[in-house]
Design a protein around this ligand. Structure first.
Ligand code: SF4
Length: 267
C-alpha cells in the first residue's frame, strides 16, 4: 500500500498537469467501481506530462512495484522499456510522454483478466453490484479511465504496449502481426504504433529461439523515434482544428454508409 497521499503522488508523477487532469486523477483515485480494486486496494496513476504530451504509452496493468509506488512501468519490465526510451532522450522524456495503463488497478496475481477466466467479478451499476466477466470488467475500466485520459490530453502518438492494450485500445488481436506499423485512429485523432510488452521481451531474451523479439522491440522504439515527425507532418488531418476534423469524420461516416452520394472529399 502506498504511504503517500494523492497530492504527493501527483506532484511526483507529473512534470505538467492541468486542473481538469487533476480533477480526473482525483476521481480515478476514488474509483471503487469493480471488484478488481478489492485485491490490492490501490488505484494506479499515470506518469509524465499530464498537460500536452506528444506520446502516450499505454501498457496493460500495474505489477506489484507499480501498485505499491503508484507509478507505471517501474518494475523490471518497465525498466527494460525505459532504458530503451532513454536512447532517444530528446524524443522520449518526461516532458513529451505520458505513461499509462489500460487497466487502472492491479489484477490478482498479475493475471490480466481480459481472457476467458473462471473468476467472477462485479461491477457497480446504479449503486448495485452486478456480476461480470473479466473482459467486460476491463472494458468498463478502459472506457471509464484511459479513454477519457486520451480525450483529455490529446496525444499525437499512442504507443500500444502489448497484446492486451492492443485489444482494448485498438480492438485488435495479435500483437506479433500488428506491431511495427503506424495506424491512424480517427476516434482519437492520433497515430498509433504497437510494440511488444517489455515483460514478454524479458522472457524471450532468455530463449535462443525467441531472442529476435528483443531486437524487434528495440527496432520498433527506434522506428517511432525516427519517423513520428514525418507521419504527423504528412497527415493533413493532424493539422486540422478538432471541430473541422470531427465534421470531416462525420461526413466520411455518412459517405461510407452511402448517405451522401457526392462528396468534395472524394476527389
Ligand atoms: S479496475 Fe478500474 S473500474 Fe475497477 S476499481 Fe480499479 S479503476 Fe475502478
Amino acid at each position: 500500500m502506498c504511504l503517500m497521499n494523492l497530492q504527493e503522488i501527483l506532484d511526483r508523477n507529473f512534470t505538467g498537469i492541468t486542473d481538469s487532469y487533476r480533477d480526473f486523477a482525483r476521481e480515478k483515485d476514488e474509483c471503487r467501481c469493480c471488484s478488481i480494486y478489492e485485491h490490492y486496494k490501490q488505484v494506479g496513476q499515470s506518469e509524465g506530462n499530464a498537460k500536452d504530451p506528444t506520446f502516450m504509452f499505454i501498457g496493460e496493468a500495474l505489477g506489484q512495484e507499480e501498485a505499491e509506488q503508484v507509478r507505471p512501468f517501474i518494475g523490471r519490465a518497465g525498466q527494460r522499456m525505459r532504458s530503451e526510451l532513454r536512447k532517444y532522450k530528446s524524443t522520449f522524456n518526461k516532458n513529451t510522454c505520458l505513461i499509462s495503463n489500460a487497466l487502472s488497478c492491479r489484477p490478482l496475481g498479475n493475471k490480466f483478466p481480459g481472457g476467458v477466466t473462471a473468476q467472477v467479478y462485479w461491477l457497480k451499476f446504479d449503486g448495485k453490484n452486478k456480476k461480470s466477466n473479466g473482459r467486460s470488467t476491463v472494458s468498463y475500466c478502459v472506457d471509464r479511465w484511459v479513454h477519457r485520459e486520451i480525450k483529455l490530453l490529446k496525444p499525437k502518438v499512442i504507443v500500444i504496449v502489448g497484446g492486451q492494450s492492443l485489444e482494448f485500445i485498438r480492438e485488435e488481436r495479435g500483437i506479433t502481426a500488428a506491431r511495427g506499423e503506424w495506424k491512424f485512429l480517427p476516434k482519437y485523432k492520433a497515430w498509433s504504433f504497437a510494440i511488444f510488452h517489455p515483460s514478454y521481451v524479458l522472457r524471450c531474451e532468455k530463449s535462443t529461439e525467441k531472442s529476435y523479439v528483443a531486437d524487434l522491440f528495440d527496432q520498433d522504439i527506434k522506428k517511432i523515434a525516427n519517423t513520428w515527425r514525418s507521419v504527423i507532418a504528412n497527415d493533413p488531418r493532424m493539422q486540422m482544428p478538432d471541430e473541422e476534423f470531427e465534421r470531416v469524420r462525420a461526413l466520411e461516416f455518412c459517405i461510407d454508409k452511402r448517405m451522401v452520394k457526392d462528396s468534395p472529399l472524394r476527389g
